[in-house]
Design a protein around this ligand. Structure first.
Ligand SMILES: [Zn+2]
Length: 428
């Protein structure tokens, strides 16, 4: 099967590259696109020999009970009970045994138990092997990064880590509404960004402040400057967009029944000491929850600025979330007593996709309460929220990454944002 599998892989990959408008992939990028989405890839699994072996063995486990019931023979026991050199061994059994031995040798994958084999055991075994093959691919990718110059190595590691987690949901959603639509041009830019390919052709930053001052700094093609350029206002494009999206999901006309969102509330217990140390949105009347103020931050996992982000997925998102919580204390530092009747939650996202733990928890809670209120399947509703929010972040990324002019600060949003559940038009 291998030649056909290779051919199939080639066709799929070439088609994908044509769609995303990429001419060629480096060795590292080829491995990255084949990784699952949750591991920072593009989910374009390839049919390696080990993958074919995995599928063949798990299929054998699936049919084993039926074969036993039909003809009284056990599948998959040749290696254990029969003489390996026996003449009467069927070619099927011999082939199965070779596949099992290969996986044992190459990836230390344990021999499946064919005596207990059924659909469930087959699925569990195939899943654990798939995880192990993914881990091997990630080690291989990491070895390629290790051989690169120090800066590229760190950037590559930080990027793939930052691409992982549920923030990759934008790559696995149907564009069924404007909330989950990403234009073709934006999609191409976002996937190039994910793979570490250049997204910007110029060499000088084109950004201009609201006051008309040019940034003029040297600009790298991968977007590290553009995404952190303060005159560019890219920060606000992502920040305000994601606040508006979460507000709309929660308290828009089709949100959680009864929930209210108030954009840019003044919260007297957190005086505005520094810029940003003020909640962005207040959520009230959430079913079964305290009123919650949120503050959003979209950060770029750049090892030059944050050296730890190349070591652990989500390091930067968590770091930013902790800072936001320090700015908006709910509990007394000494006594650990609750000081306020309301809660605070940081909406902390990394540009490549990773979300902070508390952000994931909060979104899950909101999505679940909408699902409960409207009788929807909670896991599907949670996935929809992941999709809508991650699409919003990637749309704003694309705008910034191509160096298109973004306003220094968008026109101020209405102060009472989606208040009292009224249907406001979101033009963002
Ligand atoms: Zn700039």
């Amino acid at each position: 099967m291998q030649p056909f599998a290779d051919e199939f892989d080639r066709i799929i990959r070439d088609t994908y590259l044509k769609i995303i408008d990429v001419e060629n992939l480096s060795e590292a990028q080829a491995i990255q696109i084949a990784l699952p989405l949750k591991d920072g890839g593009c989910g374009l699994r390839t049919h390696t020999r080990n993958e074919l072996e995995r599928l063949f063995i798990s299929s054998a486990m699936l049919i084993a009970p039926a074969v036993h019931a039909a003809i009284g023979q056990r599948v998959g026991l040749a290696g254990e009970v029969a003489d390996p050199d026996a003449e009467d061994k069927s070619p099927y059994e011999a082939c199965l045994e070779v596949c099992i031995a290969n996986l044992e040798r190459d990836h230390e994958i344990y021999r499946p138990d064919f005596l207990r084999a059924d659909a469930h055991v087959a699925r569990v075994w195939a899943g654990s092997v798939s995880e192990k093959l993914t881990r091997s691919a990630k080690v291989e990718l990491d070895n390629i990064f290790s051989a690169m110059p120090r800066k590229q190595c760190k950037q590559g590691r930080a990027r793939v880590l930052s691409c992982s987690g549920i923030g990759a949901q934008w790559l696995a959603t149907a564009p069924t509404s404007h909330l989950t639509q990403i234009s073709d041009a934006d999609m191409r830019t976002d996937i190039r960004f994910r793979l570490g390919k250049e997204t910007f052709g110029g060499t000088v930053c084109p950004h201009v402040t609201a006051e008309g001052r040019e940034c003029g700094e040297e600009c790298d093609p991968e977007g590290y400057h553009l995404l952190s350029c303060s005159p560019g206002g890219g920060y606000f494009v992502g920040h305000d967009g994601v606040c508006a999206t979460v507000s709309n999901l929660t308290a828009g006309s089709d949100g959680i029944p009864g929930a209210i969102a108030d954009w840019k509330p003044q919260v007297s217990v957190w005086p505005r000491a520094t810029r940003g140390a003020e909640a962005d949105v207040g959520f009230y009347r959430l079913p079964g929850s305290r009123d919650t103020y949120v503050d959003a931050v979209c950060s770029l996992a750049n090892p030059e600025t944050y050296p730890s982000c190349e070591r652990k997925a989500g390091w930067l998102a968590e770091h930013k979330a902790r800072a936001k919580n320090r700015d908006h204390p709910i509990f007394d530092n000494q006594t650990h007593r609750r000081m306020h009747p309301f809660d605070f939650c940081a909406l902390s996202f990394e540009r490549h996709g990773f979300w902070a733990k508390e952000t994931v928890g909060f979104i899950k809670k909101l999505a679940s309460s909408r699902a409960v209120a409207l009788g929807l399947e909670p896991s599907e509703e949670i996935r929809r929220w992941y999709a809508v929010i991650s699409c919003c972040i990637q749309r704003s990324n694309a705008k910034i990454l191509r160096g298109e002019p973004v306003p220094g600060r968008p026109t101020p949003l209405p102060s009472r944002f989606a208040a009292m559940g009224r249907d406001l038009g979101f033009a963002a």
